[in-house]
Write a protein that binds this ligand. Structure first.
Ligand SMILES: NC(=O)c1ccc[n+]([C@@H]2O[C@H](COP(=O)([O-])OP(=O)(O)OC[C@H]3O[C@@H](n4cnc5c(N)ncnc54)[C@H](OP(=O)(O)O)[C@@H]3O)[C@@H](O)[C@H]2O)c1
Length: 198
């Protein structure tokens, strides 16, 4: 059975915990401060979302990065090989306080993140909706809320699209980074687009 970990317990990590719990999908969650700091999440979602130490969470098959973009190298440094793992990149590379896309010299942030996890297959997902929208029930009478995904490994993208569907969203797979370009990256048209699909 595929195991899931939410790395980060802030706005996006908490929103994901709410969705995993609501959908009845088991996941572990971790941050830098340890399980005791996650009591507010486990009190609400603990029947499906278990707080664990970060290094334990990183043993899971599918790791959803819900940490600041600048914290990703710290997560990646905790192991030397990531073979067989699916890294789901929910981060956005943003310059604060300007709230502008980070200048990455024309590279996609997810390509840079992918290089930090040798042996893993990366899929970009869960980065397009504001946290409050991601946390809300994705099933409306008019349809299901759309979540975009993209990545260079079709098998990993299928795995993440299946997870997105299990969580109640409508997955929209944009294909490889070459095909989708930066469309799903911060500052581009598909970010913050709250679409419903029937
Ligand atoms: N907020 C949104 O609406 C939104 C929407 C789309 C995408 N995003 C993206 O999602 C990511 C998370 O955003 P957020 O708003 O949820 O941030 P946040 O509220 O600041 O939460 C960040 C979380 O990351 C954890 N963290 C930091 N460094 C870590 C490390 N080295 N290892 C493990 N955990 C670490 C923090 O844990 P500690 O407190 O223990 O340090 C905290 O739980 C960002 O990349 C952001 O751009 C955010």
């Amino acid at each position: 059975m595929t195991t899931y970990a939410i790395i980060g317990s802030g706005a996006i990590g908490s929103a994901l915990a709410e969705r995993f719990h609501a959908a009845g999908v088991y996941a572990v969650i971790a941050n830098t401060r340890g399980p005791a700091s996650l009591q507010s999440i486990t009190e609400k979602f603990g029947t499906k979302v278990e707080a664990v130490e970060l290094d334990q969470a990183l043993q899971s098959d599918v790791l959803i990065l819900a940490v600041p973009y600048d914290a990703v190298p710290d997560v990646a440094r905790r192991k030397t090989a990531w073979d067989g793992r699916t890294i789901v990149d929910a981060t956005n590379a943003i310059d604060f306080p300007a709230f502008k896309p980070r200048d990455l010299g024309g590279r996609l942030s997810s390509e840079i993140v992918a290089e930090l996890f040798p042996g893993a297959q990366l899929v970009k997902a869960f980065n397009t909706l504001p946290a409050a929208v991601l946390a809300a029930d994705p099933e409306k009478t008019s349809g299901k809320r759309v979540l975009f995904l993209s990545g260079n490994y079709p098998e990993a993208s299928k795995k993440v699209a299946d997870l997105i569907a299990r969580l109640g969203f409508a997955p929209s797979d944009l294909g490889s980074f070459k095909a989708s370009g930066s469309l799903q990256h911060f500052g581009q048209p598909l970010v913050a687009l709250n679409l419903l699909k029937d």
